[in-house]
Design a protein around this ligand. Sequence first.
Ligand code: ATP
Ligand code: MG
Length: 437
Amino acid sequence: MEDDLGNWRRTHYSEELNADIEEDVTIAGWVHEIRDLGGVMFLIIRDRKGKVQVTLPEKKVKDKLMDKISEISKESVLMVQGQVKEDERAPGGLEVLPKEIKVLSDAETPLPIDVAGEVNTELDNRLNSRFLDLRNPETLSVFKIRDKTFTEVRKFLEKEGFIEMTSPKMVATATEGGTELFPISYFEKEAFLNQSPQLFKQIMMASGLDKVYEIGPIFRAEEHDTRRHLNETTSIDIEMAFSDHTDVMGILERLINYVYEKIEQECSEELKKLDKDLKPPELPFERIKYDEAVDICNKKGIEITWGEDFPTPGEKAIGEEIGDYYFIVDWPSEIKPFYAQPKEEKEISKAFDLMHPEFELSSGAQRVHSIELLKKRMINQDLEPSEFKFYLDAFKYGMPPHSGWGLGAERLLMAITGKPNIREVVLFPRDRKRLIP
Ligand code: ATP
Ligand code: MG
């Protein structure tokens, strides 16, 4: 029989308990461990912030209470009312001596995965039971860091004068052309899930908002099955008027540095659980030219001809040489999107990539703000300008020069947490094989 919550409410999380609390406390959580030493029983109760021991000496505890918990299974949900006592034998030096216990929900046995994290469970199984996986303090640490990262990104951008925007995710045209789109049916029309807020944040540059940012989902129907790609991922995007690419590169490197510092200072417990030694990367990040990056690859036996993007082994080879975070600048215009502003030497663009030693973190550029040049570049890339009328219109009536970037939130979290698989840092990953849960 399960008990009713009634008027019981949690008074303290485990980490808020101390021996000076005289009144009865109410704790709530999951049964992490049960130990019956004959004569005395220990329950370890786990909540979001930690664990606490509940001690039941048989002689002192009412029979009714003893009976109630004699059948309890691991991971059942309990609330306990009782007295906090110091006891140096208890983990954390404290225990709760219960007066009443409510069993709010029984857990079935066996559990589909090991919650304590002592058994190495395959990622696939963990993702199938993500709610249980999150009861493992190591997994929980990743998501506490994720929460903190978004909070700090917002704080940083707000301090820099950015306004948060939200763009539609159901759209009629592709951002950059190409086929990496998920089609959806939109009443009698075909529509798509948006692959980037690019066009909308650029339109905002014609609105006078000057500096905008968006944190939201992007959808890419790429078939790849790698450790750093998802089909639905979170993008941190900015766009800034009256600026060139070097201005937004500065914002990007300072943002990364700031977030690292905050996580290092305020998530030390979580980093410890992940066994991660996080050091804010030094500013400014190194800037290498596309040509130099090509040379590094060729020297290391990864053949690249001018005008090609870097394949994964190429990115790794450059990362080994340069290390830490670095920018690749001066990209060939032809492999950057139509909206990237060319330099005076037209074949080079004012585009950049921010690289982590193992993968790309962000792409950005100064944008084309001349409507004539935009149309020309669209046609060059086999795009039909008339399909982009809603976008091009914004360039007709006063469009300031502007720049921006898109930073993959999950890639950033892989870098911060040291997790080698992107699926570890998102609650419910969407990939080629996974649509549930
Ligand atoms: P990559 O070459 O690594 O596949 P991209 O150049 O195709 O990335 P962009 O269109 O430049 O990606 O998107 C901006 C950023 O968004 C990337 O630098 C990356 O951090 C992130 N990103 C893009 N696609 C994905 C994806 N499928 N899964 C996870 N993150 C992604
Ligand atoms: Mg890119």
